[in-house]
Design a protein around this ligand. Sequence first.
Ligand code: ACM
Length: 765
Amino acid sequence: MKSNLFFILLLLCISMGCSDPTSDTTTGFHYDIIPQVQELEKQEGHFKLDDITKIFIQPDVNEIRSFVAKQLSDYLKAAGVEKCPVNVAQNSTSKGIFLSINPNIEAREGYNLTVSRDKIELEAKQPKGLFYGIQTLRQLIQNGKIPAVAIKDAPRFPYRGMHLDVCRHFFPVEFVKKYIDQLAFHKINNFHWHLTEDQGWRIEIKQYPKLQSIASKRKETLIGHYSDQPQRYDGKEYGGYYTQEEVKEVIQYAKERFINIIPEIEMPGHSLAALSAYPELACTEGPFEAATKWGIFEDVYCPKEETFTFLENVLQEVMDLFPSKYIHIGGDECPKKRWEESAFCQQLIKKEGLKDEHELQSYFIQRIEKFVNSKGRIIIGWDEILEGGLAPNAVVMSWRGMKGGIAAAKEKHQVIMSPTTHCYFDYYQSKSEDEPIAIGGFTPLEKVYEFEPIPDELTPDEHQYILGAQANLWTEYIPTPEHAEYMVFPRLCALSEVIWSPKEKRSWDDFTKRLNTHLKRLDEMNINYAKHLFDVKADIKNEENGNLKIGLSKNAADYDIYYTLDGNEPTSNSTKYTAPIPLDKSSTLIAKTIHKTKDVNTNPFNLSFQKHLAVGKKISIAEAASDRYPGLQNATTLINGMDGGATFNAEQWLGFDGGNCHATIDLGEEKAISNVQIGTFKGNDAWIYLPSAIRVLASSDGKSFKEVKNLDRAAIESAGEDIAIAMNTNSQFLKVEIDNFGEIPAGKAGAGHKAWLFVDEIIVE
Ligand code: ACM
């Protein structure tokens, strides 16, 4: 039905003579391919697809006949070519599409594609190269024609990955297949299927039926964000798992699209669902329940013999199903509390001559690695597997930034880069207040596009250890397929270019131009992508005097930007943006792209500027914020007149990992101060606590300070996140000393660790 609809649209388009704004003016065609190809030479003329087009394959390799040529035939059908027979022929004079294997092509996944008036020739070293050439060909079809062109292409990295967490929320087989189709379309070759978690076990293991009957279910699910207080639950049982038959079906589906599936079986942490079914695998007695909220849980596998037997049996069934060379064993976020308290673990540490619980984790992973290696497979683990000693053959997936990946590459281990900063597609992609609730962070499309998987810290010789990169989709806040698509697209389009295309060919301006065309393809394929490409982008400059200058820009050609300064949503009757907007007093700027002719719903950009006494003045802090949350302008972020907002704009926050925020502000001259207001953040499940104490001190010379006010823990708790401190002082210098909460108390997430302190603005009035 969909292909017929597409055909009708295509015909309509031909009869109406649709013009494409991005088309090449000399040929009338566009060459908007994503991910960008290595070399492309435009040529005269075009190949017209019609009902007599044939596909010729040479040689008759089964993989080519049954997957590649068949899929090409299906794709052509979707583009309106009703019949496209597959022929085996060495040479032919008839019009057609010729697929052949050419062993002289150097790149393992490379291909050459030549389109002329009566022939399309596609050659590759291997069938998968042909498959990638076909993905390129699909993108060149325009109104039943393919422009003449010569393309030479091959990927930059051998590992191009995309992940899906099916545990926090479960996704049906049909959606997993649609997801795989999209990965293939973007030339991704590894699908990382995250199958086990605290909140649910999602793969049938025949030897352990309680994984299906118990571990696949949770009693209920948290509603809203986990930092919301009080926490609320939906009261509904939630569950699901894939049978082994379904898993086989998905593996075959992926194989036909040249995608390897890497299953992840998490250990030793994130294992609460398994413990709910088999409590004997824990260090304490239980009982346990699959988690109903998100986070990190202290009950983890105990390194007992029966645990290893269980995990080896599970892994054996998993390896019997999945042909993947790589098996992901997790290894991240494993609290050591239960091991510290367990007489068995302490005994084991002594017996094995281990230093501590980190080395015990290493012992755990190395035992599993030995087992997996004995079956001819290789383990991948999250970068925590570096702590306490890396297993000898392990591949490291670097997620807590690039540091783990750098350390592993320096130890000559293979690495897949997947840092939260650029590759976490569960993070916010826009600062719009209308954005659906997300876990946090901020990873807009531009940020994904500027990702560079090879860090400067590595020598040219060490580059070989970076296999490639991967984006992750954790689904705590992503309950439906439509929402998953919204988070993944078009960020995956940007990532595909990072990992496939030559680095020197990457151009943001050119990418956004091609993306305009590409989004129409996603429309045809019924993908619910995010429309931030049409958003206003802001370049906020802090002037010397503390005023702001806001430059606005957009990617979309058919739109203009309009704005207001009175808090109202702009319309085409508002002020049209032409030059950077100066803000010299407290104001609310709202800006929006508006289509020149059509009514299109776009997201407004919203900025609240509060010009208080400290804005534009000098500030220093005694200890730097964590490099994970340094703020856009480091300490100056605290007095730039902008807060972190309701949707956690990470650029406006300073985060202190166990440390204090002790700031000294120089107002330039003596001022009468009546109020100091401090913006903080409370998210106890994420280890973020309100301060334990605050002192404000004043000075006229910057040397001798006198305490003006102090707040204790009780006063801060009753004030909440925005802490206003009234005073009456005349001074030029202020010290605002905000003390970290200290150690997280027993019974809370992260107990025993030091808390995080977050501060976004110190308002001085
Ligand atoms: C992870 O995000 N915990 C790997």
